[in-house]
Design a protein around this ligand. Structure first.
Ligand code: FCB
Length: 480
C-alpha cells in the first residue's frame, strides 16, 4: 500500500471550501416534547397511536438532545465537520402553528446556533422536517391551502429572528415523503390514506416552499442562501420492456417535485390523480414555487428498479407498484441492501447528480442527506465496527468525487446522521448514526465510520485510487 495515501495528502481532493457536514432533525433527536411551551405535533400524535411505530417507540425522549446540546456540539467538533444541518421544530417556536412566537423555544435554537458559530461550524437550518403543529393538522394540514400561508409566516419569523446567524436555510425536507407517506399511504404522520388529500398536500407543500422563499428573502440579507431538500431516486428499468413504466414512475416520484421547483410546471407523464386538481392551483402559484433557489439539497439513499411482472407472483422483498398494474418494484439480487431493505448503489448518486447538472447546470447542489442503517452494536472491547457504513461511505463519496470531476456543481456533503436516532415509523430499530447512541444511558460512542468520515472532512480528500476508506478503518481497528 502506498504510505502517502493514508493521510489523504495525495488522494482524490475535493474542491477548496467544499462543505463537510452531518445532519439530524428535531423530532428525531430532541426529546423534551413537553418542555418550555412546546406544542404538540403530528408526530407526537402519530407515534402515540398504537401500531403506527415499530415497538411503540415515540420521540418523547429520543437522544435527549434538547438537554444535551453542549455534548452534541462536542461531537461535531470532534468530527471536525464544517457544518451542521439540524431542523427547527415548528411547535416549539409557534406552539399552535400561528401567532406569537414562543421565546423559550426560539432561544433553544438561538443558543444552538451560537454554539455552532463559536466552534466555527456553519449552522444549516431546515425550517420544516415534518413536525406540523397538530392544531394546523386539525384544520386540514397540508391538504389545506391555509397551511402554506402559516408556513410562510413561520419561516419569515425564523428569518427575522435568526436571520443571518444561519449560514444556509432549507425550507422543506423531502416534500415527497411528507405528501406520499403522510397523506397517500399513511406510513408517516398524519397517517392519511387518500389520493386526493395527497395531491392537495403536494401542491400546498410546494406552495409553502414558494411563499416561504419570498417571505424569508424579504427580511434576510441578500447573501444568505435559501434552498430546498428533495429526495431523488434514479428509476432504473429492469429490461427494455419496462422503460416506459420507469419513465412514468420517475414523473410521479422525482419530477412531481423537481419540475415545479425548477420550471414551474407539473410533469405531464404523472397520473392525473397524483396531480393537484386544477382549481387548487391559483394564479401566481407556479411562479412562486419556481422562484429561483440559491441551491438544491439532494437527499440520496438508493435507486428504484422496476420490472414488468405479475403482482400475484412476487419474489422476496418485491412489491406491486400501486397505480401501475403489471409493474413491480424489483430488487436485483446482485445488488446489496441495507437493513432498511434499500439498495446500495453509489452510481445512483452519480447519476442523480449528473442529471441535476444537465437540468440546472448553474445551480449549486449540496448532498443534504446520504447514509445507511446497519445492525450496529458495541463489542465487548467497546467498539462499534460498522464496516457496512464505511463501505457505503467509500462508494458514495467516490461517486460524489467523480461527479465533481465531471463538472457537477457539488458544494458540500452532509452525512445522515450525526447519531442514531428516532427513525420515524421504524422507531429506534434502525441506526443511521456516525455515533452510536445507547438509548438507555444516552451515552454517545463514535463508530469506526466517525473516525473515517472525520479523516475525510479534515483532509478534504479521499485516499488514492486503489486504496480505500475500508483499509483506513481496518487500520484504525487494528491500532485502536
Ligand atoms: C430521510 C429523512 C430523514 C431520515 C432518513 C433516513 O427520508 O429525511 O429524516 O429519516 O430518511
Amino acid at each position: 500500500m502506498n504510505g502517502t495515501s493514508r493521510d489523504g495528502a495525495l488522494g482524490r481532493r475535493f474542491p477548496p471550501g467544499f462543505l463537510w457536514g452531518a445532519s439530524t432533525s428535531a423530532y428525531q433527536i430532541e426529546g423534551a416534547v413537553d418542555e418550555d411551551g412546546r406544542g404538540g405535533s403530528i408526530w407526537d400524535t402519530f407515534s402515540h397511536t398504537p401500531g403506527k411505530v415499530q415497538g411503540g417507540d415515540t420521540g418523547d425522549i429520543a437522544c435527549d438532545s434538547y438537554h444535551r446540546s453542549e455534548e452534541d456540539l462536542g461531537l461535531l467538533s470532534e468530527l471536525g465537520v464544517g457544518a451542521y444541518r439540524f431542523s427547527i421544530a415548528w411547535p416549539r417556536v409557534q406552539p399552535t402553528g400561528r401567532g406569537e412566537v414562543n421565546r423559550r423555544g426560539l432561544d433553544h435554537y438561538r443558543s444552538l446556533i451560537e454554539g455552532l458559530r463559536e466552534r466555527g461550524i456553519a449552522p444549516v437550518a431546515t425550517v420544516y422536517h415534518w413536525e406540523l403543529p397538530q392544531e394546523l393538522e386539525d384544520r386540514g394540514g397540508w391538504a389545506s391551502r391555509e397551511t402554506s400561508h402559516r408556513f410562510a409566516e413561520y419561516a419569515q419569523l425564523l428569518a427575522q429572528e435568526l436571520g443571518n446567524q444561519v449560514a444556509m436555510w432549507i425550507t422543506l425536507n423531502e416534500p415527497l415523503q411528507a405528501a406520499h407517506q403522510g397523506y397517500r399511504v399513511g406510513t408517516h404522520a398524519p397517517g392519511k390514506t387518500d389520493l386526493g388529500l395527497a395531491a392537495a398536500a403536494t401542491h400546498h407543500l410546494l406552495l409553502g416552499h414558494g411563499l416561504a422563499l419570498e417571505a424569508m428573502r424579504s427580511v434576510l440579507p441578500a447573501d444568505v442562501p435559501v434552498g430546498i431538500a428533495l429526495d431523488l431516486h434514479p428509476i432504473r428499468a429492469a429490461g427494455d420492456d419496462a422503460v416506459q413504466a420507469a419513465a412514468a414512475v420517475d414523473a410521479e416520484v422525482n419530477r412531481l417535485f423537481l419540475e415545479p421547483v425548477l420550471h414551474g410546471t407539473y410533469p405531464e407523464a404523472a397520473r392525473s390523480e397524483l396531480l393537484p386538481a386544477p382549481e387548487l392551483v391559483e394564479a401566481g402559484d407556479m411562479r412562486a414555487i419556481s422562484a429561483p433557489i440559491d441551491f438544491l439539497g439532494l437527499n440520496y439513499y438508493s435507486p428504484h428498479y422496476v420490472r414488468l411482472g405479475d403482482w400475484d407472483d412476487l419474489r422476496q422483498g418485491e412489491s406491486a407498484l400501486a397505480g401501475h398494474p403489471g409493474v413491480v418494484n424489483y430488487l436485483p439480487p446482485e445488488i446489496p441492501r441495507t437493513v432498511m431493505g434499500w439498495l446500495v448503489e453509489p452510481n445512483g448518486l452519480y447519476d442523480a447528480l449528473s442529471a441535476l447538472h444537465r437540468e440546472a447546470p448553474h445551480l449549486p447542489v449540496y448532498i443534504t442527506e446520504n447514509g445507511c442503517a446497519a445492525d450496529d452494536y458495541v463489542t465487548p472491547e467497546g467498539d462499534v465496527n460498522d464496516f457496512d457504513r464505511v463501505n457505503y461511505l467509500n462508494g458514495h463519496l467516490d461517486a460524489a468525487w467523480r461527479a465533481i470531476q465531471d463538472g457537477v456543481n457539488l458544494s458540500g456533503y452532509f452525512h445522515w446522521s450525526l447519531m442514531d436516532n428516532f427513525e420515524w415509523a421504524r422507531g429506534y430499530q434502525r441506526r443511521f448514526g456516525l455515533y452510536f447512541v445507547d438509548f438507555g444511558t444516552q451515552h454517545r460512542l463514535p463508530k469506526r465510520s466517525a473516525a473515517v468520515y472525520s479523516r475525510v472532512a479534515r483532509t478534504n480528500s479521499l485516499p488514492l485510487d486503489g486504496d480505500s476508506l475500508m483499509e483506513l478503518s481496518l487500520a484504525h481497528a487494528s491500532s485502536g
